[in-house]
Design a binder for this molecule. Structure first.
Ligand code: ZN
Length: 243
């Protein structure tokens, strides 16, 4: 199985080869040479992460949800990654002239990539693609990028930007794991992310206390352990509903 059928994506097909993606396409000194096609799901091997293992280990033991199981990164690295992400977003908009979904995960703490965030990333992609497929919304391109600073997906979508943003906000609210996803929609007209404030929607709630997440984050109201505990609870709750 070398290619993924976009319409019938399952977990196995989303087992991306992270190492290859990183090395081949994310040389930061050479961004102009990124070939968007090379980061498409179609061209990715299926041999790196076994999601069934992650699923069973999550089901078997609470201890396996470890948000520290990875390489810590610095704030500077996170900011650099953000800069590079913006460049990729703009390249994708220029190429497809359509709204794009830019997905990252909610990852407090210094470790941004771990087996559990790989799992969360896969689940978010699955749900986004499902939501698009059932509405027959075409995906024009998809890039999945695995960095030590966190996983990223950029998808060009043939659909009005505001409607797309609404759909993504709905996913974030409705799906049990949605609070751990950060799904931006970039408008090709303004080249910037559509703000939640354009909709009648409350700001995102804090993982721990439910207040405005931005305020809690800015004021550092909660410890990292409190945040991890809240995230663990969300994931365990989701798995309980699956069983
Ligand atoms: Zn809070």
């Amino acid at each position: 199985m070398k290619t993924a059928n976009m319409k019938t994506v399952n977990l196995d097909q989303l087992n991306l080869d992270c190492a290859n993606l990183g090395n081949a396409n994310l040389d930061q000194t050479n961004l102009n040479n990124i070939n968007l096609n090379n980061v498409n799901l179609d061209n990715v091997n299926n041999n790196s992460i076994d999601s069934s293992n992650i699923n069973s280990s999550i089901n078997n033991s609470n201890n396996t949800i470890d948000f520290n199981n990875g390489t810590p990164v610095t704030l500077e690295e996170v900011l650099q990654a953000k800069e590079q992400r913006v460049i990729r977003q703009q390249m994708t908009i220029s190429r497809y002239n359509s709204p794009i979904i830019s997905l990252t995960l909610v990852t407090p703490g210094a470790v941004k990539r771990s087996p559990i965030t790989d799992y969360l990333f896969r689940q978010s992609i699955l749900e986004i693609k499902n939501a698009l497929a059932i509405r027959q919304i075409p995906i024009l391109s998809q890039q999945y990028i695995y960095l030590v600073t966190g996983q990223e997906a950029i998808m060009a979508i043939n659909h009005p930007a505001l409607q797309l943003k609404q759909l993504c906000m709905q996913l974030e609210v409705d799906h049990p794991l949605g609070r751990l996803w950060d799904i931006d929609v970039i408008d090709p007209l303004t080249h910037s992310a559509i703000s939640r404030s354009q909709f009648v929607a409350p700001p995102r709630g804090c993982l721990v206390c439910g207040d405005n997440a931005k305020v809690c984050g800015r004021e550092r109201r909660h410890t990292i352990d409190e945040l991890f505990a809240a995230m663990t609870k969300i994931i365990e709750h989701y798995h309980a509903t699956l069983n």
